[in-house]
Each structure stands twice: as C-alpha cells, then as structure tokens.
Design a protein around this ligand. Structure first.
Ligand SMILES: NC(=O)c1ccc[n+]([C@@H]2O[C@H](COP(=O)([O-])OP(=O)(O)OC[C@H]3O[C@@H](n4cnc5c(N)ncnc54)[C@H](O)[C@@H]3O)[C@@H](O)[C@H]2O)c1
Length: 336
C-alpha cells in the first residue's frame, strides 16, 4: 500500500516520550507512514508565540489524519484548550473511548468490554463563560446542545453498537434536572433508536450510571453522552481496565480524524522516562485501522497483549519498574 501521510504532534509533558515510543512501535509493524511533525501546546506557545500555529492546522487539513500527544491547558487562566480548539476546527464530533481488559493487568472485574462515545464539540465545552458581576463572585457557563450535533454522534454510537456482539446502547443523561439540554439529547437518542431495531436501547441517568459502572460494568456495551459527562465517564471506565496509562481515544468527524490518549500531559512524571506509552500506542493502532492498515493494527495490538501477558515487564503505573524505553523495546522486539 502507498505511504500514508500523518501529522504528528509530540505535545507537552510526557507527550514527546510516549509519542516517540508509539512512532517506533507503529514503524515496527511495517506500515508505510510518512510523518509530518508539527508543533502545538504549551511548549509551542513559548517557542512560536501561539499554542496552535497555522502550519499545524494546514498540515492536518492536508493529511486529514493526526496522531497527537497530550497538550497542557493552563488551569483557570491563559489560552483556551488546544484540544477543544482542534476538535472544533476539524468538527471532530465523536470521541470514541473504548475500555476493555488487557492481559496481565490487575483489575477489579474481568468482564469489562465497553465503549464510551462522547459528544466532542458542544455542551459545557462551548466556551460560553462569563462573570455575572463586577466583583467576580458569580460565574456562568452555558451548555449548548443542538439536535443536529446530538443526532450525528448518537447515530455514530448506534453504528458502533450494531457492529459489536452485545449490540446494546445506553444514552447517558441528566434529563431529570437539565430538562432542556440533556432532555434534548435523550429525546434525539429515542428517535435515532427507532432506526436501529437490532440494537438494545436503554437510557440511564449519569449518577446512577457511575454507580452501576463500578458495581457491574458488564451491564454496559456502548454508552453515548454529552461532552462533560463523557469526559468524566471515560476516565472512570479507564480506571476499570488499568488506568489512564492504557486508555486510548479517537476523535472522529466526517472528514478528519485525530488519535490520542485519554490522559493528559502528566507533568508530575514528565521527563523521568517512566510514562506508560500504551494509551498513545493503542491510539496508534486505531489510526492504523483507520488508514486501512488493519493487519498492522492487529499486529501492534497482539504485540502489546503478548508483552503484557508475559508479565515480566511493565511501567510503574501498572505495578512494574520498567522504563518507557525498555517497555517499548519489548513490544518492538515482538513486532520484529
Ligand atoms: N487530550 C489531552 O491532550 C488532555 C487530556 C486531559 C488533560 N490534558 C491536560 O493535561 C494536563 C495535566 O492534567 P492532569 O494532571 O489533570 O491529568 P493527567 O491525565 O495528565 O494525569 C493524571 C494522573 O495520571 C497519571 N498518568 C497520566 N498518563 C499517564 C501515563 N501515560 N503513564 C503513567 N501515568 C500517567 C499522571 O502521572 C497523573 O498522576 C492539564 O493541562 C490538562 O488540561 C490534556
């Protein structure tokens, strides 16, 4: 197959360490990828005067696919999240975050296999925030939910559910309290459900959903929800399968796709060479599938699973003492 061009963003904090590891593993599968490296994030803002330079946007526009390390967002001040900006710029409305059991990792349940589909461009991430008084004692955030935005992400989630053995979908909401915004999302869910009679449809209130997820996660197959609930729920589901170090995500629109980890830039461990590269590596596997390199994607997943199953090498977040590099060496070795 002809080489596919992919925009590569190393990102902040542990980003460069885990993206480097992922590039090694993806290349070891033999997939023909031409990387186009472009900057973004906090370090980029210091060097280029902007956290999201035009050259990065242009590169993604041209290549349509990017693999991205995590980007730091200043808390409570400074520039707006570049992750949110990229999702808006490329209309990446569906954030797909699977959580399933990997071999050799100690987890509370052995039957977790689910996918959180998070609406990625609306809700409380619309950026509509204001102070309601001069003294800054009263603040407001507005959540925007549209019928069109809900419909397309819910339809995408149903298509995923239809392709899976359990064929079960939950719309997760808070329509008892947020009657307009969450109510609209649920109403659209019920409407779209009629197009998919082969998929078992349920709705669940987000707080009850959290409780059930930590007691009996096997109740769930595909969960579709609004932006903030999806952000929180997908960290919870990551916790069910080994933590943020193994949680990968895809940001999909109709034309563009950006692959990344669920986790952030982990400043507390950056530069120490101990970050778990698996989340970005698994996202690299999704990227290979998306580009038509399914055989290579499967090979990468198998090498990761075999390395974990062997049980002798893992990073500290998974209870081991391996460095990012030696763990990556073990995966790359299997791919050869
Ligand atoms: N998509 C993204 O780029 C993205 C996502 C979430 C957070 N962020 C940003 O990242 C920054 C840090 O956020 P945070 O500290 O709240 O969350 P975080 O996800 O970076 O870290 C949370 C905890 O998980 C650990 N962790 C995360 N990834 C790990 C890995 N691969 N291996 C081992 N341990 C790992 C960290 O060490 C930390 O203890 C913030 O600026 C935030 O805005 C970016």
């Amino acid at each position: 197959m002809a080489a596919k061009k992919v925009t590569l963003i190393h990102g902040d904090g542990i980003g460069p360490e885990i993206v480097r590891a992922t590039v090694r593993a993806v290349e070891a599968t033999g997939a023909s990828i031409e990387w186009e490296e472009r900057p973004a994030g906090e370090a980029c803002a210091e060097e280029h005067g902007t956290p999201l330079p035009e050259q990065t946007i242009e590169s993604i526009k041209e290549n349509r696919v990017a693999l991205k390390g995590p980007l730091t967002t200043p808390v409570g001040k400074g520039f707006r999240s570049i992750n949110v900006a990229l999702r808006a710029e490329f209309d990446l409305y569906a954030n797909i975050r699977p959580a399933s059991i990997l071999p050799g990792i100690q987890v509370p349940f052995d039957d977790v296999d689910l996918v959180v589909v998070r609406e990625n461009t609306e809700g409380l991430y619309s950026g509509l925030e204001a102070w309601l008084d001069r003294e800054k004692n009263i603040a407001e955030s507005r959540a925007i939910i549209t019928r069109k935005g809900s419909e397309r992400v819910i339809r995408r989630a149903f298509e995923i559910a239809r392709s899976r053995p359990a064929k079960r979908l939950h719309v997760v909401h808070k329509a008892n309290i947020l009657k307009a915004t969450s109510g609209l999302f649920l109403e659209v869910g019920r409407e779209v459900a009629e197009e998919f009679p082969d998929v078992e449809f349920h709705d669940v209130i987000v707080d009850a959903c959290c409780m059930r997820l930590v007691r009996r996660p096997s109740d769930f197959d595909v969960l579709v929800t609004t932006n903030l609930f999806g952000d929180i729920l997908s960290d919870l589901t990551a916790g069910l399968v080994g933590g943020l170090g193994v949680a990968a995500g895809e940001n999909l629109g109709d034309e563009y796709a950006i692959f990344e980890a669920v986790h952030g830039s982990a400043p507390d461990i950056a530069g120490r060479g101990i970050a778990n590269p698996l989340a970005v590596m698994l996202a690299g596997g999704f990227m290979l599938d998306h580009l038509g390199f399914e055989t290579e994607g499967n090979a990468l997943r198998k090498a990761i699973e075999d390395t974990l199953a062997a049980g002798d090498i893992r990073t500290p977040d998974l209870g081991g003492d391996a460095k990012t590099q030696s763990f990556t060496d073990a995966i790359v070795e299997r791919l050869r």
